[in-house]
Design a protein around this ligand. Structure first.
Ligand code: PGA
Length: 251
């Protein structure tokens, strides 16, 4: 099980370190990580160095929220995978729906970013998910598997074999309306079977979208849910701790 916290554009470097430490010191973290569970915090770029330094003596790992596909060069405002690795990141979230929407990232770009991430020693957490209109039209699995196929076409199956997928229905992100455990399981099972049969890969699949301490238990009880990508609740140390506790029996 992998529990990743996506802090999005929240926390300043002045307050990120103490939040990270509070999260790492919470009582569910030790039993979870000692048994093989992985906890990752993904702060904004500017807060990564302070969070990485504070978490270094703990069992909680650090990730970025994005990276560029090139290692260096004339890309104003961008950050490379090797820069993230250099300041202590082990993971990087790629293709979050907020970036697909606002920075117009597509599957090809996300695939190239995954190659760069793997090259820098980072594990990509690649996000896929459908809109409400797509769910209502009954094309959820088509949309999600096409996203995966597009990423694999750009990155190659070997890169995605070393990655993690996150199924994040867009309508569930930040809305308080999480997918039901049945809805999540149905998509996760379809994604797993598609990845196996089409690409010969079997990777962990996280669920993301309004995961809280109230619904984590039921989501983690699903056979194909291998953890969570948590936004809002990862900024609340107590709630995040309860989510980690809910994942512990499934490690
Ligand atoms: P949320 O965000 O938990 O606040 O819905 C999840 C995500 O966007 O990764």
């Amino acid at each position: 099980m992998i529990i990743a916290g996506n802090w999005k554009m929240n926390t300043t470097p002045s307050d990120a370190g103490s939040l990270a430490l509070t999260i790492a010191a919470a009582d569910a973290v030790g039993p979870f990580t000692r048994n093989g569970g992985v906890v990752v915090i993904c702060p904004p770029y500017l807060s990564v160095p302070v969070v990485a330094a504070r978490l270094q003596p703990t069992s909680v790992l650090v990730g970025g929220q994005n990276c560029h596909w090139e290692a260096a060069g004339a890309f104003t405002g961008e950050v490379s995978a090797s820069m993230l690795a250099d300041v202590g990141c082990r993971y990087v979230i790629l293709g979050h729906s907020e970036r697909r929407r606002d920075q117009l990232e597509d599957d090809h770009m996300i695939g190239l970013k995954a190659v760069a991430a793997i090259g820098a020693g980072l594990t990509p957490i690649i996000c896929v998910g459908e809109s409400l209109a797509e769910r209502e039209a009954g094309v959820t699995v088509d949309v999600v598997t096409q996203q995966i196929d597009g990423v694999v076409a750009a990155a190659g199956a070997d890169t995605i074999r070393r990655s993690i997928l996150a199924y994040e229905p867009i309508w569930a992100i930040g809305t308080g309306l999480a997918a039901t455990p049945q809805q999540a399981q149905e998509v996760h099972a379809a994604v797993r079977s598609h990845c196996r049969s089409r690409h010969g890969i079997d990777v962990p699949i996280l669920y993301g979208g309004s995961v809280t301490d109230q619904n984590a238990d039921e989501l983690f009880a699903q056979a194909d849910v291998n953890g969570a990508l948590v936004g809002g609740a990862s900024l609340k140390a107590a709630a995040f701790n309860e989510i980690i506790r809910a994942a512990t029996p499934h490690v």
